[in-house]
Design a binder for this molecule. Structure first.
Ligand code: FAD
Length: 453
């Protein structure tokens, strides 16, 4: 069976390796895309556990990550207790500083912090190395060029028109076409599937070098408390994705390892134009807002050197359908561009690769039915409600009330030593979130009887 992967970004290359590993010679894989990104910025340095599970489990990258990237101990959220006071550095810090006991071990990992649940990637390094891994697999056929058109033929045997770098044209036939063209959205646009929802996002981001990492600790953090007696160990909080929450915006800080092993940091300002009236388009604008809100971030930035800056305006979209019984699929940024509050961009894509693997397996065995494809495609709605939850959490009204609530509940939580005490705090938090979200009609549907107990 012939598979055409259109694109040469992270998802195209992850997918090419995954399909090759899983299906071997049963699939003839062709990746079609330009030789490089043509100056487009990379972003997406923070991966979460689902993405890690895929990359380590299906692609065997655990020791590669160990040697070339930084460990990541989950996500850390900083809610300011007094958001209107620029001087105040008191934060309710929400993070996960203790290890789950069921994590896999990474061979040869020597850090005192035991098993890292995930990784902080230097995307330039990772994307370069991923290309090399694909180059090392001669069975993955590569065409350097741009797909100019795709003729979708019901049931398969699609026809792609490809323009090479020297301008020559050729046609390629494929049983399955997978669109991985990122924001170009080749199939989404051709088939009129792209939706630009309300609740848009703007983002300004940059990479920082030569900074003083100790400055990140210069806050008055309410919880979590240090490990108690008998508790095994405590994470070093630096190795997580840091989220500083504001009114209508939030700021990420992602530590990374530069090619020479020195510290590097990706820093981004994501805002919601319906709630945030400013326009952050350069470092001066960025510092103006952090001076008013999160001086700890201003201090960190002023201690280092800015390496590059990037910006995207009103970048949020989704597509209405991701798979078709006509044998096409849309994956990664070609399908959706959410707010990265939970570092979930790459996670959506790797979930899709597992789904595509199942569809291809059934197709090879002659038992792929339309209903199965539609069911998986409809699961996109789960992605969309997840995206809406993020929009909800970072909107002005809820970011403030959520912050207040989190502050109160987490400072109580922080003082509780027993698992049962913390569990109660967590349940109160979930009830609160459920009540807030039901106002928007997409909260969890938890039976009333449960709450009365
Ligand atoms: C501000 C921001 C922060 C983010 N942070 C995170 C994060 O912390 N963690 C995370 O997991 N994700 C994050 N993401 C998401 C993540 O960065 C993206 O999902 C991911 O990089 C997209 O990869 P892709 O391969 O789908 O697209 P791309 O990397 O855009 O690749 C598309 C490829 O298609 C090629 N192409 C385009 N047109 C054609 C054509 N006609 N023919 C052939 N090839 C073509 C391009 O040249 C390119 O090679 C973030 C996203 C944003 C916007």
């Amino acid at each position: 069976m012939k598979i055409a992967l259109i694109g040469n970004g992270i998802q195209a290359n992850l997918g090419a390796l995954y399909l090759r590993n899983r299906f071997g010679d049963k699939l003839h894989i062709t990746r079609i895309g330009p030789a490089d990104r043509g100056g487009l910025p990379v972003v997406g340095e923070s991966i979460i556990e689902i993405t890690t599970h895929f990359m380590e489990g299906h692609l065997g990258l655990a020791t590669y990550f160990r040697d070339n990237h930084l460990p990541k101990y989950a996500l850390t959220y900083y809610f300011k207790i007094d958001p209107d006071n620029p001087e105040d550095r008191t934060y309710s810090v929400h993070c996960n500083e203790r290890a789950p006991d069921d994590l896999r071990t990474v061979p040869g990992w020597t850090s005192p912090m035991n098993q890292p649940p995930s990784w902080l990637l230097n995307r330039e390094v990772f994307d370069r190395d991923l290309h090399r891994m694909v180059d090392d697999q001669p069975a993955i056929h590569q065409i350097i060029g741009l797909v100019k058109d795709v003729e979708i033929r019901p049931g398969g045997q699609h026809l792609l028109t490809v323009q090479g770098e020297d301008g020559t044209m050729q046609t390629v036939e494929a049983d399955w076409v997978i669109d991985l063209t990122g924001r170009k959205q080749l199939l989404g646009r051709k088939l009129n599937l792209v939706v630009k929802p309300d609740g848009q996002r703007d983002c300004f981001w940059f990479r920082l070098k030569g900074f003083d990492r100790e400055l990140l600790k210069n806050i008055n953090a309410l919880g979590p408390m240090p490990a108690g007696p008998g508790e095994e160990y405590h994470y070093e909080r630096y190795y997580s994705t840091h989220h500083f929450m504001g009114r209508g915006f939030w700021i990420w800080n992602i530590p990374m390892k530069d090619v020479d092993g020195s510290d590097m940091m990706s820093i981004g300002f994501t805002s919601h134009p319906d709630y945030f009236e400013g326009n952050v388009k350069n470092i001066d604008d960025f510092l103006m807002y952090t001076d008013q809100s999160h001086r700890v971030v201003s201090d960190l930035v002023r201690s280092g050197t800015v390496d590059d800056t990037n910006m995207m305006k009103r970048y949020h979209y989704v597509v209405k359908q991701v798979y078709s019984p006509d044998r096409w699929a849309i994956v990664g940024d070609a399908a959706y561009a959410p707010d990265p509050l939970f570092s979930n961009g790459l996670a959506f894509g790797v979930i899709q690769w597992d789904q595509i693997g199942e569809m291809l397996m059934r197709d090879l065995e002659g038992r792929l039915d339309d209903q199965y494809v539609h069911t998986l495609s409809d699961a996109l709605r789960i992605h969309r409600s997840h995206i809406r939850l993020i929009l909800h959490l970072t909107s002005s009204k809820h970011a403030t009330s959520w912050a207040k609530f989190v502050r109160n509940i987490l400072s109580i939580w922080a003082r509780k030593r027993s698992i049962a005490g913390r569990w109660k705090c967590w349940m109160i938090f979930v009830v609160f979130m459920n009540r807030e979200q039901r106002e928007d009609g997409f909260g969890m549907n938890i039976p009333g009887r449960f709450w009365k107990k």
